[in-house]
Each structure stands twice: as C-alpha cells, then as structure tokens.
Design a protein around this ligand. Structure first.
Ligand code: SAH
Length: 362
C-alpha cells in the first residue's frame, strides 16, 4: 500500500497542488491549510465545513496526523512534557514551558540522536530516525491544543526552540520546511524570528543557515573551552574543532541583524568544565574572535545513567562572574521541568517522573 501523504508538513501552495491533483479546486487546499494549521485539527472528520465527498477522498490519500500521544507529564513548575510515538513506533518528545509573557515550546528534530555528547541522556538512545517536517509541525499543534484547547487562540505569543531530542542541523531540510510552514500568517503564524535553533556544531550548516533569507536565531552548544576537553564531552568536536566552529560563527555574524546576537550554551558539569580557569579560557576564546554573542549557562540536568553532577549554585555564580569580568555577557538558565525529565538533555523517552532529585539545586 502506498503511504498516505502527511498534510501537516505541506505549505499552502503545496496543499493547493495536492487537492488539484485529486480533482478539487485550489481554494479547497487553502481551506484545508486553515483547518490544519490555524484551527489545528488533526482529523478530517472534524473538518465539517469541507464536503463529505472531499473528506472521504482525503481519508484515502492522506492523513492529518501521524503522532500519537503516549503520555503527558506535568511538572511542579507547570512545564509539560509529551511523550509521543511516530507511525512507525519511535519516540518523539516535546516540552511546553509556560512563561509570564510568552510560551516556549521545545521540539525534537530527530527521534534519538546520533551525536554522543557524554552529558546528554538522549545520546543513550542513538539515532532512531530524523523527523519529517510534518512531524515537527505536529508537535507544536499537539502542545498548543493541549494548553489552550483545539483551535483556541493562544493568548500569549509562542517561541520555539529546536532543542529537544536530536541535532537540528542533521535535520536541516525538514526543519527549514517546518519553519516555513509554521510562519504562514493563515496558519500557526510563528515566524522564524521567534525560533531558536541549537546546534552541537555542524559547521557546514551554520554557513548554510546564514544565507537563508528568513532564518531563525542560532545557538551553539560549546560545553568546553578547549579542544582537548570538548573532544571528550562532545565527540562532534573531532570532526569540527573549535577553531573551525568559531570561524563559521564569525562568518555567520555577518547575517546578524542590528541588535541580534547569537547564543553559546555551556552546560556546567561539577568539577569538569566549571573552574575559574575554564571561564577565563572561554572568555578569551570568544573575545579572540570578537563575537557578538552571549553565553547561557545551563547547570547540568542529572540522570542516573550520566556520570556528571550539576555545578553547585556558588560555582555557577562564580563562573558567570569570571566571564563578566572579561566582558562576556552571561546568563544562568533556570532548569525547567527537571522532576518530569523535561529539562535540557533529559529527553530519552522516559515513561516516568524523575525520582526525588539527588542533587537538586536550591
Ligand atoms: N543537538 C543540539 C540541540 C539539543 S540539546 C545541541 O547540541 O545544541 C540542547 C542543549 O541542552 C544543548 O546546549 C546541550 O548541550 C544541553 N544539554 C544536553 N544534555 C544536558 C544535560 N543533561 N543538562 C543540561 N544541559 C544539557
């Protein structure tokens, strides 16, 4: 049997062509786009304004949803984690983070991840498969519907971060496609300026992103200020070492808009990469390249399988101060949803809440 087309990943123009090929007028494609993306409907049955005969035809050729929600976890801080499954049975995780002024949805670009960052739980899964554009868009639809009701307006704006499972730059084409679909004003209307893509450092794609006309913001995961340490923590560094990575960032900088900076993420691992000396090395590295950047410090989110502990709060503050003393802007990220395995680097298809935290930050 031929696989049905997943319509959630198609642009308005593609949906017009799709319905025309099945003998319907183009405006039905626009109607369908509104039903899928603005009203966030995930079945043709619910699209009662479309003629029954058209819906029957759609059922044969296409599908409006492929992900099924297996479980949903709500953290004490209101963060929600969704564990979903693809049509072929692979785990997909999405995190909804409510904030006072805007919501942030952290979505996955791959099921599992091929990069073997030593501090990340997702790495333990290995790569299961890269997600399609439709599977990325659908994660956002599911999270918004659960938060506000199917098709209901979202009272706050939505920011997206491609920081869930997977390496977004190894899912470059479907990711860019998903972002184009989601930016449509007749649909979800989440524009690239509201989106941040985080990479472990796939250098050629950093260069490619610089030339994408409507592009998202860029974040880069560093985790270490020297090649020696970074090789150990993030094996991707052996392929694209720091000098190449920062040269690509420098090139990317030309595409920054006035006031825009890019972000370096630095996960703080107790006794591993969090000394004052590491902070000085990091500041020197960034200053040497004169990058318009800020550093987000992420205290490690622990899991039993990971041989690291988060740096104690005093160390985090001292590290931040050491960066700032050298003129580097640094911010400490508050972990969200740790108690439900929803925080950075904890997405590994866990079916449970976290056990009482062993090394909880105060
Ligand atoms: N592959 C991409 C995006 C996913 S990870 C990347 O590497 O950027 C998102 C962020 O979480 C990265 O900055 C990563 O370094 C960080 N991270 C991974 N595991 C973590 C953990 N256990 N605790 C805190 N941050 C973690």
């Amino acid at each position: 049997m031929r696989e049905k087309t997943h319509l959630t990943g198609l642009s308005k123009a593609e949906l017009e062509r799709f319905v025309e090929r099945s003998g319907e007028p183009a405006y039905r494609g626009r109607q369908l786009f509104g039903a899928l993306q603005r009203r966030r409907l995930r079945s043709f049955e619910e699209m009662s304004d479309l003629p029954k005969s058209f819906r029957t035809k759609l059922e044969e050729l296409a599908t409006a949803s492929t992900l099924t929600v297996e479980s949903r976890y709500v953290a004490q801080d209101g963060t929600r984690r969704y564990l979903m499954k693809t049509h072929d049975g692979l785990p997909v995780e999405t995190v909804f983070i409510p904030e006072e002024r805007r919501d942030t949805i952290c979505f996955s670009s791959q099921s599992g991840c091929p990069l073997q960052c030593d501090f990340c739980l997702t790495a333990k899964l290995g790569l299961l498969r890269t997600l399609t554009a439709g599977e990325m868009v659908e994660q956002i639809v599911v999270a918004l519907n659960d938060a506000y009701g199917v098709g209901e307006r979202t009272p706050r704006g939505t920011n997206l971060v491609a920081m869930g499972a997977g390496e977004p730059f190894l899912a470059f084409d479907p990711l860019m496609k998903a972002l184009r679909v989601m930016s449509d004003a007749d649909g979800l209307h989440i524009v690239p300026n509201r989106v941040t893509v985080s990479t472990a450092g796939v250098v050629p794609k950093i260069k490619e992103l610089a030339h994408v006309p409507e592009r998202p913001h860029l974040a880069i995961s560093l985790a270490a200020p020297t090649d020696e340490l970074r090789d150990r923590l993030m094996p991707i560094n052996k392929r694209w070492p720091l000098a190449e990575l920062l040269a690509a960032c420098k090139e990317f900088e030309e595409s920054l808009k006035p006031g825009e900076r890019f972000t370096f993420e630095y996960v703080l691992l107790d006794g591993v990469n969090d000394s004052d000396e590491h902070a000085r090395q990091l500041a020197n590295l960034l200053n040497r390249h004169q990058l318009r950047a800020k550093v987000n410090l992420i205290p490690h989110n622990p899991a039993e399988e990971l041989p690291y502990r988060p740096s104690p709060p005093e160390r985090v503050e001292a590290f931040k101060a050491a960066l700032e003393a050298k003129g580097v802007h640094a911010y400490v990220r508050r972990p969200r949803g740790r108690d439900i395995y929803a925080a950075c680097g904890q997405l590994a298809a866990r079916r449970t809440q976290a056990p009482p935290a062993l090394y909880q930050l105060s």
